[in-house]
Design a protein around this ligand. Structure first.
Ligand SMILES: [Zn+2]
Length: 277
């Protein structure tokens, strides 16, 4: 996972530094180079992350990013405090807020992934996890889950959120409505808008405009449930895990040969890099 296939071992042709620990990689020294993200890692960091890089299944991508950030922050502390002091400096040992968010994210993804697997086994549905969209340099490239259900194809983004989640509906009803997704009083409507490229990517992969594609923003609780229910805003279904499963169980006509064809196209567009089908 996390682009295990795109790493190459090389001897640095000029002096550089490791993207994680920031230590120098001297000219001619052995290092690892990611041909896709163009990232250089020293042998030590690359080896420490091996288990997470090759981990499989839903949430593996977020977990790798968490471990990567932990390692980077540890190196930063050591640089600042010296190795011995950094070990004693407990308050500084805890991961930063952003790094913790990656772990929370991976937990939510894993939980939802497991639920989707149960649904697909019981109801003969199909789920693809952690789909990597190529041709999106720089930006986020992973689609958390894609499910094929009788009522259409569901493009699912998981977000683990803390604090009260509310949907605010304003503007003029049926004419110029303005929906807002508020999390702890902060406007996070961008999360809904971020479904746009994911739907486009899946639509291109399917290549059939008659298939219904439903974008879903699935909110997973960080501590306690912060959101329950299902609402459709800006064409996106905002729901919780159980609401999503209810959507997937809706009746529909996407079955048999038509479903198989879509499944084949999605599998070839998003090859199982992490083997979790
Ligand atoms: Zn390093």
């Amino acid at each position: 996972m996390a682009g295990a296939m795109t790493w190459k071992t090389l001897h640095a042709s000029y002096a550089s530094h490791c993207s994680i620990c920031r230590k120098d990689v001297l000219q001619g020294a052995e290092a690892f180079w990611n041909t896709e993200s163009r990232e250089l890692q020293c042998v030590k960091c690359h080896t420490e992350l091996a288990a997470f890089r090759e981990a499989e299944g839903a949430g593996a991508g977020a977990r790798y990013e968490y471990e990567r950030r932990m390692l980077s922050e540890k190196a930063q502390r050591e640089r600042k405090w010296g190795r011995a002091l950094s070990f004693l400096a407990l308050p500084w040992q805890s991961p930063s807020f952003n790094t913790r968010a990656w772990l929370q994210g991976s937990r939510g993804e894993v939980q939802l992934g497991a639920l989707l697997d149960v649904w697909s086994k019981r109801h003969a549905g199909t789920v693809l996890h952690d789909c990597r969209a190529s041709n999106r340099p720089g930006a986020r490239t992973n689609i958390d889950h894609i499910a094929i259900a009788p009522s259409g194809v569901y493009v699912i983004d998981t977000k683990t959120l803390a604090g009260m989640v509310r949907v605010h509906r304003g503007g003029i009803p049926f004419f110029r409505e303005s929906w807002k997704l508020m999390v702890r009083g902060v406007d996070r409507t961008k999360l809904v808008d971020a479904m746009g490229w994911q739907v486009e990517t899946v639509r291109r992969a399917i290549g059939d405009t008659t298939v219904e594609i439903h974008p879903v923003l699935c909110i997973m609780p960080k501590y306690a449930a912060t959101w329950k229910g299902t609402v459709k805003m800006r064409g996106v279904i905002v729901t919780d895990a159980h609401g999503l499963i209810r959507q997937l169980r809706r009746r529909g006509t996407l079955q048999g040969v038509a479903k198989d064809a879509i499944e084949r196209r999605l599998h070839s567009a998003f090859p199982p890099a992490n083997g979790s089908l």
